[in-house]
Design a protein around this ligand. Sequence first.
Ligand code: ATP
Ligand code: MG
Length: 345
Amino acid sequence: MKNIDDCFSKMKCRPPRAWTTVLLCVLIAGRLVEAIELVCSSLLLGTGVAALGRKLYHYLYETCNKNWLNFNVTGLKNDLNTKLYGQHVAAEVIIKAVTGFMNNKTPKKPLVLSLHGWTGTGKNFVSQLIAENIYEKGMTSNFVHLFTATAHFPHEAHIDSYKTQLQEWIRGNVSICPRSMFIFDEMDKMHPGLIDSIKPYLDFYDNLNGVSYRQAIFIFLSNAGGENIVQVALDFWRDAREREDIQLKDLETALSLSVFNNKNSGFWHTSLIDKNLVDFFVPFLPLEYKHIIQCGLAEMVSKGHVPDKEVVETMARDLNYFPKEERVFSMKGCKVIPSRLDFYI
Ligand SMILES: Nc1ncnc2c1ncn2[C@@H]1O[C@H](COP(=O)(O)OP(=O)(O)OP(=O)(O)O)[C@@H](O)[C@H]1O
Ligand SMILES: [Mg+2]
């Protein structure tokens, strides 16, 4: 029997032509499969890496999706019921308004809330609670924007450039994330022209220059109407009626008299009210001694102390209350507690 090497060396045992072709084909096919496998695995690896990169990006950097933006209705209810003191009317309106809006897949306009009340009664605090239950990053989210009239728009002479900047800011940010939140603090100190300039965004338009504002949330904060709300609460107190029996309808008249009919109020100058662009006017009641105690105890916990009622009561007794004779309501609400408490701990 011939040895195969012998065959090839002597070129006598040349394999038949068909056999060579088959061999060649197998060889080429093998290489081809290898090459395809290589491309496929690189592609797969590439897609895998890209997907992982995308996941990591969405995980690390805030994006306008449900990883970062997810309404927690139970959380909001719980926060308003346990962390916000003495504001049963505001809590109820806020829960209804925000839940209704967030559950509506096709709202006809953005949500516009106007929060009114005496100083230190929780208007900014409530805005913060709303933000924390919608955005993973709460107030520090890139989709939550806080403007303070005196800080951001201080000079009347620059009103035209403020208008352009503000409109651009709103338009740009809603284009990036339709579920953006804009909080306007000291709304009663905002120039009426500036309020007018944001009016189109609050309206029922399907879209403005290709941008829809219907998913956005606007919150206005002001002390406008605060004195009239105090009067209602004081009347209840003097009549020995329960504070918890005060209803929204008892305060609505107080609000409308002071906010809508006041010629000095920023709102009055604009057609925000005439055009029904504000969905809910939310009244904040003045806070009493017992609420100051609650705020004080909560503040001690947040400062990392064991809550001590005696310490908090000493502090609360030293605060100022009004009216002078009856000392019913805290002059500064709960606002001064974080700084005051340090003296008593
Ligand atoms: N009703 C409340 N329940 C619990 N904490 C409160 C309440 N009101 C105020 N606080 C506490 O006091 C702090 C200051 O209140 P906040 O800034 O919300 O007052 P405000 O109503 O916005 O006052 P202003 O009209 O002066 O701006 C809050 O961060 C919160 O810790
Ligand atoms: Mg405030």
